[in-house]
Design a protein around this ligand. Structure first.
Ligand code: URA
Length: 199
């Protein structure tokens, strides 16, 4: 279990089920495993191409995502769409999801326990999509999946290799909206991602 004082990153590689994508999605959409569901309008499951070699993971749904039932459709999501277009990818070419599937109240960060309880859904998505490249959008996804003590400002842009998977932590698009100086480093990170997808 997740221990608040000494949290461990969640493993993405430990799922043993053999359910198919539509069954997993159907089950996830009726999930009530934690209290986040009570304050949310709906469960926001991942979207895009389940056969993509590129999977992106953010923090959790915001107001717009909660309303529409799709990840990254608010302002940050529109920016993400532009970032992807800059490397010639459409949203339908990639798979986009979040570390938690229900909107945390007031858009606060999900707690380690909330991430832990929701993680089986992300593991299932990851098992089914089998991406070649995984992009972690922002500190919450990075800390939750790789290093709870990690610093996105220090660690972004550096490849992490695990079980043949290439993982790239980068800034969350919402951080770029707050601080446009982060656009250049993110541009550089996505250039690396484009290159890795070609190799
Ligand atoms: N921010 C996220 O991390 N995920 C979304 O789906 C929207 C905004």
């Amino acid at each position: 279990m997740f221990c608040e004082e000494n949290p461990k990153p969640a493993s993405l590689f430990s799922n043993k089920t053999n359910k198919n994508y539509s069954d997993v999605k159907k089950e996830a959409l009726s999930c009530q495993r934690c209290h986040l569901r009570e304050g949310a309008q709906q469960v926001v499951f991942g979207t895009g191409n389940p056969s993509s070699s590129l999977m992106l993971v953010g923090e959790g749904p915001g107001a717009r995502e909660d309303e529409l039932g799709e990840p990254f459709v608010g302002r940050a999501g529109q920016l993400l769409t532009k970032i992807l277009a800059a490397i010639n990818l459409q949203r339908s070419d990639v798979y986009i999801s979040n570390i938690v599937k229900c909107r945390p109240p007031d858009n606060r960060q999900p707690s380690p326990q909330e991430m832990e309880v929701c993680m089986p859904w992300l593991r299932e998505e990851f098992r089914l999509i089998k991406p070649k490249v995984l992009v972690l959008l922002g500190a919450t996804a990075y800390k939750g999946l790789i290093d709870p003590q990690g610093k996105i400002t220090r660690d972004r842009g550096k490849w992490i290799e695990k079980n043949n998977l290439l993982i790239m932590p980068t800034f969350h698009p919402a951080a770029l909206l707050r601080d446009p100086r982060k656009k250049v480093p993110v541009w550089e990170d996505f250039q690396k991602i484009e290159q890795a997808l070609k190799n």
